[in-house]
Design a protein around this ligand. Structure first.
Ligand SMILES: [Zn+2]
Length: 970
């Protein structure tokens, strides 16, 4: 097939192992095509400039809606069909303040092409109808004689605005950009979403989702011809058009401004509430059109100022004691103009006026007196290591590169510029070597820049009530204009909408969604090399993998040597190792040494059951990485911190404990589903109980008590920290996990040996924690307008025996029954269910959910749904493919090495994995029905944990005789 793309420019980018080409299509579409023969994780993305002019959430609702059926794929939710039955390594869509991105990724070529085709049809030919807007955006429902608002995005944004961090983030952005598109909320504010009309919505798509407004991205090892072919088949249907979607520049002003707003707080969080919960951030808008070299410099400056606990601006803010933790995002580089933001949260009312001066004075002193050269060296090394390692975690590399390229491309800049880093990095190093570089950046872009705001976000205990009343009165006003006939019509439309959602898609339409067949699936598990060995007597796992010159080493100690009461100290003990200082260097020097001489060092724990009911496994890890020549320094640091950390530093410890507490609190709403999941499991199982002590709501309660005790009784806290060290740091339980190529082994191993020999050896004592588990239904309250509802229990106790098919079935439940009942019909943002092979615990949990009892009822309905399921063969195949896709998810070498170790420790050997994979591949429809029988038994004995608003929880309690134990968490 011929295509009409014209090559604009090609550049080789050796540091990314790629050749990148920019093409232009006669319709105006632009294509960046990156050929990367080494990366099988292929990425496609189509991006549109979608700057909104109001806060109705138009771009965000459209993002949801185009994934609700298209001309070629006329089913309710092709996106969900892809979630069910693809080998995708990434599938999502994002709305930014000025763009909407539709990225997909897969390691399988056919699967990749399927995903691309469905996405292209979705964005160019969606079946937008008023009904889709109602479902994804907002609509009225009738409750009694009154109206209410419902809608997926409406509820999603209510959840978002329950988080003070989100309110702060919006106040920062909107305050500094009052005159352009960034002055409105692209996600949609719950107060403005109901202003969105169908006409606006429809024309937004017509105007902006056109090739002339599209920036298209391909990356990976797929053949280039295929890229042109599939694109031409869509773009060929369009004519060229001029679209003006450019993002206007925010003009600079000449005097600083103040922005003030509030968030909903409760008056009974047990901490004196509003007294300490103010947020303050100081923000500068940088000028437009900063060249890429300077941009890179500004990003390194961000690390210099805030990137580690020893970074000078962070350190001064934290040590001031004015707040509990840092806030503001540092240097923000994803919008048209960069901005810089720093401040504090957890500030007392009396102190909020002091933060602005502190930030400005600190920057002034740094610009005047100079930044410690060791700090600069450390930040430069860390930044360079990150660029070279290009470790994007679970995100495909090609996706991160796309987002980086869009930072200039979206504003008609050079899309290649943010990709190649060698030349700008070399130039940056030269400028830094000449001296005074970062001091100059602070002076020029911040201190002498009058476009500054200071944002105050204050707690308001009446806000929830007030907002609810506002919403009610707005609905009441609408109600007044409606006749009884209108009300009947609205009620009928709502019923219709529900019915439409409940009506299954026509199987003939479903069959149009392209899927792989079972024959396309790899039957064999993917193996990671592991050698079980010993170094100087220490148990060692070694993984021979290509790592691009980097050495990854994890050093672990057995957590089960700790008495139960010490478990909540582990995370802070880990921070002490890296952020307090040793006998020979204070924490600034230590942090500089880590930054300058390694690729990074951090701590983490695993705590899990084993297969076959064997004793639990728990390890505390120091995890490090570096280039081969950095290994001696890396391991020296590991030894120094393990042996000589100066734990007796109450001032520093208190800062870290407050940061940790603030972090736990800030995580409650965005991570509510994980909070209830963890809490629920903790009632059933010793290991889950221990995890909750270390990470859950119990940990938050512990931190609140601990921060008080640091001040009243430091010696008792110190004794605990010393006890953690004495128990943990023991050569007798040492475990080393190492990932790097065999060729580097002789260079690395002697250094591991030296480390092992330097550690103390004492008798190993492990015991059970034997907690008093208490089966309870709980209602954890906080000031939020959404809930997180979990229900679960132990299926093994109810007679279920493990089968590999369980993963296929729970995946199917998530993407069909739970999606339909909890999201589509219930209006929650999402719901999932998970089954733990080791313990037999099955848990359902919902996310940003307006309901409570209704969701529990939906969970209980899952059993009957499965029992009566007449599962079409194609649906079964999809679910099997999707499950295999999860099993084969893409991992970078460090993650492979770590995962392989976890499998080894938990008894998940290759034979067992192959057995489970075989079982997944041969899952039958009968197994779904059988599993329904197992779930049915859970309905009566399962327990419920809810995190949500006090009102909802109290309502549920009065409806069912106080079944939930109420526990306020905020
Ligand atoms: Zn959304």
């Amino acid at each position: 097939m011929t295509h009409r793309f014209e090559l604009v420019e090609t550049r080789a980018i050796p540091e990314l192992n790629t050749e990148a080409s920019l093409y232009r299509h006669p319709t105006g579409a632009q294509l960046m095509s990156l050929v990367n023969a080494e990366d099988e994780n292929k990425v496609f993305g189509i991006n549109f400039r979608t700057p909104p002019t109001d806060s109705t959430g138009i771009a965000h609702i459209l993002e949801h809606s185009v994934l609700c059926g298209s001309d070629k794929y006329p089913v309710k939710e092709p996106f969900v069909e892809l979630l069910k039955g693809s080998l995708k390594t990434f599938l999502n869509a994002f709305t930014y303040p000025d763009k909407t991105c539709y990225p997909v990724a897969s390691q399988n070529l056919q699967d990749f092409h399927n995903l691309v085709d469905v996405y292209l049809d979705a964005v160019f030919h969606p079946r937008l109808t008023p009904e889709v807007l109602k479902k994804e955006g907002w609509h009225y429902e009738v409750e009694g004689d009154q109206l209410t608002y419902k809608g997926v995005v409406f509820n999603e944004m209510k959840g978002a605005y329950s988080s003070p961090e989100r309110i702060l983030g919006e106040a920062i952005q909107q305050g500094i950009f009052p005159d352009n598109t960034y002055g409105v909320e692209s996600g949609g504010h719950p107060r403005h979403i109901p202003d969105l009309s169908w006409e606006q919505f429809e024309s937004f798509h017509r105007d902006l989702y056109h090739p002339a407004n599209a920036l298209i991205w391909f990356y990976g090892d797929d053949p280039v011809e295929g890229r042109f072919e599939i694109l031409e088949s869509y773009l060929g249907q369009f004519e060229a058009r001029r679209i003006d979607s450019a993002v206007a520049v925010q003009p600079h002003w000449s005097a600083s401004r103040t922005v003030e707003t509030t968030y909903a707080a409760s008056d009974d969080d047990g901490e004196g509430g509003e007294e300490k919960k103010h947020y303050v951030a100081v923000n500068w808008l940088l000028e437009d059109g900063i060249d890429y070299g300077t941009r890179l410099g500004l990003q390194v400056l961000d690390h210099v100022l805030l990137g580690s606990s020893a970074a000078p601006l962070r350190k001064v803010l934290i040590e001031s004691g004015l707040g509990e933790d840092l806030t503001g995002g540092g240097m923000e580089t994803e919008l048209r103009q960069l901005f810089f933001s720093a401040g504090l949260k957890g500030v007392k009312a009396a102190d909020e006026g002091k933060v602005e001066g502190l930030v400005i004075n600190t920057l002034t002193e740094l610009a005047r007196d100079g930044i410690d050269p060791e700090t600069v060296k450390a930040s430069l090394n860390t930044s360079e290591f990150r660029l070279r390692e290009n470790n994007t975690g679970s995100y495909p590399r090609g996706l991160i590169l796309m987002l980086r390229s869009l930072a200039t491309w979206l504003y008609d800049g050079d899309p290649f510029e943010p990709l190649a880093f060698e030349a700008p990095l070399a130039a940056l190093k030269e400028r830094v070597a000449a001296g005074g570089y970062f001091e100059g950046l602070i002076e020029d872009h911040l201190l002498t820049n009058p476009h500054r705001t200071t944002v105050y976000v204050r707690p308001d205990p009446t806000q929830s009530e007030r907002e609810e009343a506002e919403e009610k009165s707005r609905l009441a006003k609408v109600r007044e204009t409606l006749s009884e006939a209108d009300m009947e019509r609205i009620a009928a439309e709502a019923v219709q909408l529900k019915e439409r959602q409940e009506t299954p898609d026509d199987p003939a339409d479903l069959a149009k969604i392209p899927v792989l067949s079972r024959d396309d699936l790899e039957r064999q598990i993917r193996k990671v090399p592991i050698e079980r060995t010993e170094v100087a007597g220490a148990r060692t796992f070694y993984h021979d993998l290509f790592t691009n010159g980097i050495v990854y080493i994890d050093v672990g100690f057995d957590l089960r040597t700790l008495p139960a009461e010490l478990l909540p100290y582990v995370s802070l003990f880990g921070r002490c190792l890296l952020e307090v200082g040793t006998e020979t260097e204070d924490f600034v020097r230590l942090s500089q040494r880590i930054g300058a001489r390694t690729g990074g060092l951090w701590t983490g724990s695993i705590l899990t059951n084993q297969r076959l009911g064997k004793t639990p496994v728990g390890y505390f890890f120091l995890r490090g990485k570096g280039m081969l020549e950095q290994v001696p320094d890396l391991l020296d640091i590991v030894r120094d911190v393990l042996l000589t950390t100066q734990l007796d530093n109450p001032a520093r410890f208190l800062q870290m404990a407050l940061e940790e507490k603030a972090g736990e609190e800030a995580g409650l709403i965005p991570g509510g589903h994980a909070v209830v999941n963890m809490r629920l499991k903790s009632h059933f199982d010793e290991v889950a109980w221990a995890v909750e002590q270390m990470e859950g709501v119990s940990y938050l309660f512990f931190l609140r008590e601990l921060t008080k005790r640091v001040e009243s009784d430091w010696s008792s806290v110190l004794a605990k920290l010393q006890a953690v060290r004495d128990h943990l740091v023991n050569r007798g339980t040492l475990l080393v996990n190492a990932t790097f190529p065999e060729s580097d082994r002789s260079a690395v191993e002697p250094h591991i040996e030296t480390l092992v020999q330097s550690l103390p050896q004492s008798p190993v004592v492990t015991g059970a924690w034997s907690p008093q588990l208490r089966l309870a239904d709980e209602g954890l309250t906080l000031p939020a307008q959404v809930n997180y509802v979990a229900k679960g229990g132990n299926l093994y106790d109810l007679g279920y025996e493990l089968k590999g098919s369980v993963g296929v079935i729970t995946k199917y439940l998530r993407n069909s029954y739970l999606w339909d009942h909890v999201r589509v019909q219930g209006g929650a943002y999402g719901a999932f269910c998970s089954f733990d092979h080791f313990t037999g615990l099955l848990v359902y949990a919902s996310y940003r959910d307006p309901n409570l009892q209704g969701t529990v009822d939906a969970y209980d309905g899952a059993a009957a749904f499965l029992q009566n399921l007449d599962l079409p063969a194609e649906e079964l195949t999809k679910s099997i493919i999707g499950t295999i896709g999860e099993l084969d998810s893409y991992q970078l070498p460090d993650a492979k090495g770590y995962m392989s170790m976890v499998r080894e420790l938990t008894g998940v050997d290759d034979e067992y994995r192959q057995q489970m994979r075989d079982a997944v591949l041969s899952t039958t429809a009968a197994e779904f029905r059988e599993f329904g029988d197992a779930l049915a038994k859970l309905n009566d004995v399962g327990r419920v944990v809810v995190l949500g608003s006090k009102d909802t929880i109290e309502e549920a309690n009065s409806a069912r005789g106080g079944w939930l134990d109420v526990l306020p968490v905020m």
